[in-house]
Design a protein around this ligand. Structure first.
Ligand code: ADP
Ligand code: 5GP
Length: 199
């Protein structure tokens, strides 16, 4: 059976990466789509693991070649998802998580209407700002830009099939896992007609 395509978006600093790192090892056949970006690596980020870090020239060349299923300029940097990598993982039976912004989510929903989408939101604005600052990876200008963009991204909430509030990490991780298990069960039902069973 082909895997599910799962779009995952959240305003910056909400905790998307933290949730993914927690749940992915517990979910079996699921892979993270490694995006291309022109952003500089953060301390601890590895090339070809967290992102494919590329120059603007290489990014634009790939875009013009049609390598990306979606791409967007987010917080001043380019980000894009390789169509080939996603479809290859899906054919191997892996569920594929696309950690992308809401502009990208809109593009993937149009191109792959069978995809599913999850939006993670923070419990409050105060907590969102606290997390973004607490991460300690961004300068003040970047934090302001990301907070302003976060307000705009929240307006796109209706694009998404599922919304998870990341209040406590334990609860958010449990919700995320429940969604993935439900999608798998639904897919099995579509394939063999059996009732939805959570495995
Ligand atoms: P995103 O990937 O959405 O930009 P991160 O996963 O980098 O966000 O999380 C931003 C910061 O918030 C990190 O320092 C992380 O440890 C913290 N964080 C994430 N989830 C929670 C939570 N449920 N409660 C408290 N802090 C959290
Ligand atoms: P960060 O720089 O914090 O890793 O990511 C910034 C934003 O870019 C996040 O909202 C993240 O989801 C988004 N992003 C990461 N990769 C992609 C991608 O391939 N395409 C799009 N459209 N957004 C991405």
């Amino acid at each position: 059976m082909k895997g599910n395509i799962i779009i995952l978006s959240a305003p910056s600093g909400t905790g998307k990466t933290t949730i993914l790192k927690r749940v992915m090892p517990e979910l079996g056949p699921i892979s993270f789509s490694i995006s291309h970006t022109t952003r500089d690596p953060r301390v601890g980020e590895q090339n070809n693991v967290d992102y494919h870090f590329v120059s603007e020239e290489e990014f634009l060349q790939r875009k013009d070649q049609g390598d990306f299923i979606e791409w967007a300029k987010v917080h001043g940097n380019y980000y894009g998802t390789s169509v080939q990598a996603v479809l290859q993982l899906q054919e191997q039976g892996q569920d594929v998580v696309l950690d992308i912004d809401t502009q990208g989510a809109r593009q993937v929903r149009e191109k792959l209407p069978e995809s599913s989408s999850i939006f993670i939101i923070p419990p409050s604005w105060e907590e969102q700002e606290k997390r973004l600052r607490g991460r300690g990876t961004d300068d003040e200008e970047t934090i302001h830009l990301r907070l302003a963009n976060a307000q705009k991204e929240l307006c796109d909430i209706d694009l998404f099939d599922f919304v998870v509030v990341n209040d406590t990490l334990d609860d958010a991780a449990m919700m995320f896992k429940a969604i993935i298990l439900t999608l798998r069960a639904k897919q099995r039902r579509l394939a063999n007609g059996n009732p939805i069973t959570l495995l």
